[in-house]
Ligand binder design. Sequence first.
Ligand code: MRU
Length: 356
Amino acid sequence: MSENIMTYETVDLSDDDEGVIIIDQTRLPGKVEMIRLRTAQEIWDAIYLLKVRGAPAIGVAAAFGIYVLARQIAEEEKEFSGFYKRFRKQKEYLDSARPTAVNLTWALNRMDKVCRKAHEDGNDVPKIVEILGREAREIKEEDVRVCRAIGEYGLSLVKPGDGILTHCNAGQLATCKYGTATAPIYLGQERGYRFRVFADETRPLLQGARLTAYELHSAGVDVTLICDNMSGMVMKNGWVNAVFVGCDRVAANGDVANKIGTSVVAAVAKQYGIPFYVCAPTSTIDLDTPTGAEITIEQRPAEEVTEMWYKERMAPEGVKVFNPAFDVTDHELITAIVTEHGIARAPFTESLKKYK
Ligand code: MRU
């Protein structure tokens, strides 16, 4: 069995509060390497290059990141106006790293709001920075509680011995503990449910193979890795009782953006009458976005499809490549959206408002 990745923190603050510490997920599963991010450029790059990835983990990394940067700004700017101007600039810069996961904007807006409130309450810049540190830590702790609650609700939807299929990595590596889509699996594992999990490899960046298969296997879960184009067969064979996936943004009507390929899994699940569950912390629900059509889908470099992971290029030079990182699953294909406050079902326009 591989090293138990569950004992590592996906995202953390360094002991001196001067850096963000992450597991470099681009090195997994071959190497567990912790790296320290100190500058705005390093934090931005780590998010863009998927060294830290998964909607909740990106949010926590951004919250710690803006706190670390606020400490640096406070060394030079003693007055709030100068401090806040630079704080806002760095906040907007970090927010530009990836467009689809709303948690990035959500966490940065939350830090911004706390910053302004602390100023309005009469605090000076050093005290504001201290308050920002507390908030960033709270965002992380909250993520652990939220994932566990999602796990409890998710577990109520399945039974011991069930086959579960998941896509991409909505696991511990995408959060601070338990994951979202994997939380029911980990809680079930603690309680002897003996699930049989199928992990889609998730082309082109292989989050399913490199991360989900890795973390579940290292935690002792019965996990079988499949290529993305095998999920139809696995479902048709009757090996899957439920699909659990994570998400990057839930629109007000229940349309969901998640890793590219998710919508295909949802359509196949519907064909075979298998429930399709989306696990979503309420921080991922964006009621300001009416439908999936308004969600910005990140486009990524062609090389991720044509050459990354291969020994040599596997596509003709100059061929056109389409490489969206996410797709939108229509709400009609979704059986339920599992939040930390409860299980939302159609009509989502009503139920999501209740849980948000
Ligand atoms: O591009 P990634 O690896 O950041 O995409 C991650 C996903 O699509 C996850 O399913 C989603 O962020 C939910 S993580 C709990």
